[in-house]
Structure formats: C-alpha cells, structure tokens
Design a protein around this ligand. Structure first.
Ligand code: ACO
Length: 326
C-alpha cells in the first residue's frame, strides 16, 4: 500500500483583531470572565466582502508552495467548512478554480469543528488506495458570519481563519499512523444553526427571530468535548501502537483552554507538547487544528520524524483524532 503523509502546511488569518475590550462595548461581558472561562484574549474577524474561499485559497497556496508541488498536480481539493461562500457550488470548487488546480476534483465536507480531521482521513485513504496522488485538504470558516453579536454566551468564543495541508505519498516510516472518527447525532441540538436549510428556509420570520445564527448549549458541549478528546486520543494511540510518551506534539481543537488543559493533564503532557493558539485566535472552527499545526511547523516545534496527534470535536456531534509521523 502507498504510504500517505503531510507534505506541506499553510494558514491564513484576517488582519482585523477583535479584543475582549471591544466585546465589552458590544455585550454585557468582561475581559476577566472571558479569559478565565475560555482562555481567549482576542480573535480575528474578516472584513465585509471577504469570503471563506479567500482565506482557503491563501492557506492552500502556502501549503502547495511549502510542499513544492504545482497546483496542476493536485488531484482532489477537499474543503471542510460550515460557512461556505454559498450553499452551492461547493467552496472547494471555488478554491480549485482560483488556485489553478485544473486537474482536480473538489468537494465540501460538513463535520463542523471536526471537519479537518474527517477531510484528512478521506485524503489519506484516497492516496493510500492509489486513487489520487496529491489531495489538498483545507479547513476554512468565517464563524463571524453566523455569530450573534447580541448573544454574550457565544459571541466571545469565535473567530475566522483557514488552514490547509497537502497530503501525498511519503517514504517508509513516515505518514499517517491511525485515525479515529465518530459521531453522535442525538446531540445535534447542542450546537446548530436552525434556519437556512430545508427544514426552515430563510424567511422574514427566521431573520427577525435571529435563527440564522449559531446556537449552542455551552455546558453540554463542554462535557461532551472533555470526554471525546480523551477517548478519541486514547483510541488513535492504541490503533497506532503508540503510548502518550510517543507524542511529540498534541494539536487539539481550540475551543476552550479548560478543555485543552483537561486533555493535557489526562495524558500527563508538558505544556510545550501541546499546541495552543486559542488566546489569540479564539475558536476558528474546522480551521483551528491546521492553523495550530502550521504555526508549530513554521516555528520549528515539530519537524520530520516527529509524531503529531491531532484531536477535535464539534457540531453533529462529531469527534475525531489522527496520528501522523511528519
Ligand atoms: N460574559 C459574562 N458572563 C457570561 C458570558 C460572557 N460572555 N457568557 C455567559 N455568562 C454567564 C452566564 O449567563 C452564567 O450566568 P448565570 O449563572 O447568572 O446564569 C454564567 O456566566 C456561567 O455560564 P456558564 O454557561 O455556566 O459558563 P461556563 O463556565 O460553562 O462557560 C462556555 C461557558 C465558555 C461557553 C463553556 O461552557 C464552553 O466552552 N463550552 C464548550 C463550547 C465549545 O467547545 N464550543 C465549540 C464547539 S465546536 C464547533 O463545532 C463550533
């Protein structure tokens, strides 16, 4: 079987910073509450007129450049997003066109914050099966577009951004070691966007009822997240034949520093073995894992031969983990 691994990483974030002090002017909240409950100090917000595909394109171009692979060699573009430019065509098709991946297929994937890990598993399977040689996986979300800035329970949490990796063949001893993907649809109502789908098409009523904004049961999501992060990490290590001592870097979904810390303590990892970006970017949905991975690679925290475990959870409910030797 062909071995699949990560050949290059990229990320893109908006310039505009939304601080906790800014949010204090918008809703009844304060910096102390946000920092102690979430670990977030600021987040990035896209400008009006910018789109999810703008950031996905920038992240994909970086990943290709760093991998040294031409866009025309890409066989498939997968975009994980819950905030596509439009319901259709797929944002992946817009990206495929704009980066010049003229020989690639393209599709979007919806698994909320776990979307990047689902995309990575698809890409690895495609390469390993010999179906495709190079698969570009991007995760991009402008959650600010579905965030209710009158709801203090959610608006302090989210930010915008995109991350990407190029998946392709790697030499023996490197590449993906295992995946763990799961879902529990019975918890879908803990985190969802009520209107705009076939169940509740857009109408004057849905707009006036603010039903085009994300709704979340914070505490239920929190409890689920702590359990899912631990169990998914355990399964992915076991399947790969690894122990927690083999982890060079844990890259968790960035939703809340308390959720990240619970996972870090559960596996007895030092702080330098866990990638954390939540303080500066907030929760950027599917893109949080590839953004944190890209930063760790660019900073030289991980490199060739290192074992990286990525783990996430999100709407669906969904969860997932991936172990890879870079
Ligand atoms: N500022 C000030 N007070 C606030 C704020 C705020 N921004 N938000 C809520 N509060 C208040 C509440 O009203 C409540 O007040 P009350 O006791 O008078 O009713 C109090 O703070 C405590 O609220 P809780 O909801 O119990 O606070 P909690 O400690 O659970 O923290 C949080 C809330 C941060 C949302 C937490 O539950 C969490 O992180 N949950 C997980 C969220 C998550 O991971 N979501 C992402 C999923 S991934 C995806 O697919 C997008």
């Amino acid at each position: 079987m062909i071995r699949a691994g990560i050949l290059g990483t990229g990320s893109a974030l908006p310039q505009r910073v939304l601080t906790n002090a800014d949010l204090e002017q918008m809703v009844d909240t304060n910096d102390e509450w946000i920092v102690t409950r979430t670990g977030i100090r600021e987040r990035r917000i896209a400008e009006p007129g910018e789109t999810t595909s703008d950031y996905a394109v920038a992240a994909c171009q970086q990943a290709l450049t760093r991998a040294g692979v031409e866009a025309a060699a890409v066989d498939m573009v997968i975009c994980a997003t819950v905030t596509p430019d439009m319901v259709f065509p797929a944002t992946a098709c817009l990206v495929q066109d704009r980066i010049g991946a003229v020989n690639a297929g393209a599709f979007d994937l919806s698994a909320a914050c776990t979307g990047f890990l689902y995309g990575l598993a698809c890409a690895a399977a495609m390469v390993q099966a010999g179906l495709n040689r190079y698969v570009l996986v991007c995760a991009a979300d402008l959650l600010s577009r579905i965030t209710d800035y009158e709801d203090r329970k959610t608006c302090v949490l989210f930010g915008d951004g995109a991350g990407a990796v190029l998946v392709g063949p790697v030499s023996e001893g490197r590449g993906f070691l295992s995946f763990d993907l799961g879902s529990d649809g019975s918890g879908g109502h803990f985190l969802y966007l009520p209107a705009g789908g076939s169940k509740m098409p857009a109408s004057l009523e849905t707009i006036s009822n603010r039903q085009h904004y994300l709704k979340m049961e914070g505490q239920e999501t929190f409890k689920f997240a702590v359990k899912a992060m631990a169990s998914s990490t355990e399964r992915v290590l076991e399947t790969a034949g690894l122990t927690k001592d083999d982890i060079d870097l844990l890259v968790p979904h960035q939703a809340n520093i308390r959720i990240i810390d619970a996972a870090r303590k559960r596996f007895g990892l030092d702080e330098d073995k866990v990638a954390v970006t939540i303080h500066k970017y907030g929760n950027t949905s599917a893109s949080s894992i590839p953004i944190a991975l890209d930063e760790a690679v660019q900073e030289g925290r991980v490199g060739s031969g290192d074992v990286v475990v990525m783990v996430g959870f999100g709407g669906g409910l969904t969860w997932g983990a991936a172990a890879v030797r870079l």
